[in-house]
Design a binder for this molecule. Structure first.
Ligand code: NAP
Length: 324
């Protein structure tokens, strides 16, 4: 069933009670899954800043991974839209997924299918936080992968990390679902120091792998994805990365120029050196094309500018100790 974007009228704040129905302000209510996580917290901040009513569900209080439980909640609260920021990410990095495959597979591949089932039955459109890590490299001409390209870092190619494989499976599970956005996030960062922030990670690692990537400023990501819904952009897959690509060395140069961190960064000789000494599983390094999002009228700042902005507004964590 193809849904149209819908809006519901919620009870009004005191003082507006005598307005005729056609003048009532239109309110929306959002369900947020995974709101406790790194990406989910950014959504909570956005929704609070915009004054959009939402309900953040946590598995510990409402097991949204059970489709019948989620369906009952959707039918009871009748949200206009659901955001799925739940999923399994390895901590401190993707290597951890190799050692917790059951949870990784469930969170990234099974759960999206269950949410799709509940949302379809309840008639609630939704958005899923996917990942650009299902690609490696760039198109043969050096340009970024578009939404038309088939992911090339997946179990089907047998060349990927377990994490990337499960994220690609999650997209396969949702292929053909009509009323869902698949938003591909890549290597999130912003101005808040955090073990999950790409800029913090670079500052903390002993040695770095130089690679070119398209990456996503987290606050711009959540704003852009929510704008898809607000602006009635057609459902489908979107690469939600800051336009362009940046190498690790370029990011390090920007960090040093900003004065946020002055340590001298060391680099692995190449990917083989990195794999032999520091990693258990291959990394996705890839360039994405975010032109489809732009064509839909949603802009994000160019990647180098986004990094400069984050560093200019950098908020250090008082507890962070930088590696020498
Ligand atoms: N962070 C990144 O670098 C990155 C990059 C690209 C894409 N993504 C995607 O963005 C989504 C959110 O990532 P995140 O970094 O915010 O993750 P996170 O900090 O680990 O939070 C994810 C949340 O998902 C919920 N969850 C549901 N099922 C889960 C399961 N089986 N295992 C673990 N958590 C589960 C948990 O919330 P409750 O238990 O409270 O319900 C958890 O707090 C994921 O789908 C991830 O693949 C992340």
């Amino acid at each position: 069933m193809k849904l149209e974007h819908t809006k519901v009228l919620l009870p009004l704040a005191a003082g507006c009670g005598r307005l005729p129905p056609e003048q009532l302000p239109i309110q929306r209510m959002i369900f947020l899954l995974g709101g406790s996580g790194y990406v989910g917290q950014a959504y909570q901040q956005l929704l609070r800043a915009k004054g959009v009513p939402y309900r953040s569900l946590q598995r510990s209080t409402l097991d949204y991974t059970d489709p019948q439980v989620l369906l009952a909640a959707l039918r009871r609260d009748r949200p206009d839209f659901l955001i799925n920021a739940a999923g399994y990410t390895g901590k401190p990095n993707v290597d951890a997924c190799e050692y917790d495959k059951t949870n990784c597979l469930f969170g990234n591949a099974v759960l999206p299918g269950r949410i799709a089932q509940a949302c379809e039955e309840a008639g609630v459109p939704w958005g899923h936080v996917s990942s650009g890590c299902i690609f490696t490299g760039s198109r043969p001409d050096g340009s970024g992968f578009t939404e038309e390209d088939t992911p090339n870092f997946t179990f089907r190619q047998n060349n990927c990390s377990f994490y990337s494989g499960t994220k690609a499976l999650g997209e396969e599970v949702l292929a053909g679902s009509g009323n869902v956005y698949l938003w591909r996030l890549r290597i999130p960062f912003n101005n808040i120091d955090s073990p999950r922030n790409y800029l913090s990670k670079l500052m903390n690692y002993d040695k770095l792998l130089d690679a070119a990537n398209s990456i996503s400023e987290l606050d711009e990501f959540v704003a852009a994805t929510f704008a898809c819904w607000e602006n009635h952009v057609p459902f489908g897959t979107y690469n939600v990365t800051n336009p362009g690509a940046v190498t690790t060395r370029e990011v390090v140069d920007l960090i040093q120029q900003s004065g946020v961190c002055s340590k001298s960064f060391r680099f692995f000789t190449d990917e083989t050196d990195f794999m032999n000494t520091a990693a258990s599983t291959p990394r996705s390094n890839c360039i994405m094309d975010s032109g489809k999002l732009l064509a839909a009228g949603i802009t994000m700042s160019p990647v180098h500018q986004a990094i400069e902005n984050a560093l200019a507004r950098w908020q250090s964590s008082p507890t962070r100790t930088l590696a020498p």
